[in-house]
Ligand binder design. Structure first.
Ligand code: B12
Length: 217
């Protein structure tokens, strides 16, 4: 199968939210000798394209979310093990720990940010939703993360973003990591108030800021 064909099939599977079909396409391509790194490049390129189409209004949010989830599932199931086996793993541009703050179960935006960071070469450790502040700090320390990102969608839970900053201090890693925040209620003023290194109102901006903070082009 040519690269163009693989891309087309991946795109179709993502549009149909077919995680199993996607996994099959990736497995078949690997069996035909296509490297897992190449497949990640194709897959992330398709995801980036979906992101652009969402921004321009061509695709809708559920498509973006479902595509992101299907891609993440297939990457974990097929590509990550294949990469490990082939020894082809590349150095990530940075390591990110991300999650939705304690008391908050909104995770659609956070998942999109995670997918986009992954698509742009970051190693992403997603802690999920309703994550206690200490967990962000503990995981960031354990993994020697470069960036910690927290998402908050409720007025009621935004103070937890401050608690994450405090936990990073308590763990003694606040100076070592860049802390970025996001979510519908987050403003530049709030980011400044809690001493965050950056904030973003969408996933494209989040990638831009993450790269800038690490000096990656
Ligand atoms: C979907 C949704 C839900 C779903 C969540 C499903 C899920 N799996 O996420 C459900 C139904 C569960 C839900 C529940 C509730 N919700 Co709700 N929900 C929404 C809704 C409609 C959309 C949110 C969304 O997904 N937006 C789309 C994504 C793509 O945008 P985003 O989240 O903003 O993310 C982008 C950016 O913010 C940024 N970003 C996000 N995270 C991060 C992280 C980092 C590090 C960075 C850099 C950037 C970044 O990039 C993202 C991608 O572009 C909003 C309304 C709205 N318009 O925001 C209300 C809303 C957030 N919910 C609200 C409320 C009140 C609730 C409930 C309390 C309702 C209730 N009475 O039970 C519960 C809370 C439960 C809880 N404890 O969390 C209010 C919050 C009001 C406020 N100011 O506090 C809102 C604003 C609705 C409203 N107008 O009243 N909700």
């Amino acid at each position: 199968m040519s690269e163009e064909n693989i891309r087309k099939k991946i795109e179709e599977a993502l549009l149909e939210f077919e995680e199993e079909e996607l996994a099959k396409i990736l497995r078949d391509s690997i069996n035909e000798g296509v490297g897992p790194l190449k497949l990640i490049d194709i897959l992330t390129d398709v995801l980036r394209d979906f992101g652009d189409k969402f921004e321009s209004g061509e695709y809708f949010l559920p498509q973006l979310v479902a595509a992101g989830e299907a891609a993440q599932g297939a990457i974990k199931e097929v590509l990550e093990p294949a990469l490990k086996a082939s020894g082809e793993a590349r150095e990530p541009v940075g390591r990110v720990v991300i999650g939705t703050v304690f008391g908050d179960i909104h995770d659609i935006g956070k998942n999109i940010v995670g997918s986009m960071l992954f698509a742009n070469g970051f190693e992403v450790h997603d802690l999920g939703k309703d994550v206690p502040p200490e967990e962000f700090a503990r995981k960031a320390k354990e993994l020697n993360a470069d960036i910690v990102g927290s998402s908050a969608m409720l007025t009621m839970t935004m103070h937890e973003q401050l608690n994450v900053a405090k936990s990073l201090e308590n763990e003694g890693i606040r100076e070592k990591v860049k802390y970025i925040i996001g979510g519908a209620i987050v403003t530049e003023k709030w980011a400044e108030e809690i001493g965050a290194d950056g904030f973003a109102t969408d996933a494209v901006e989040a990638v831009k800021i993450a790269k800038e903070l690490l000096g990656v082009m």
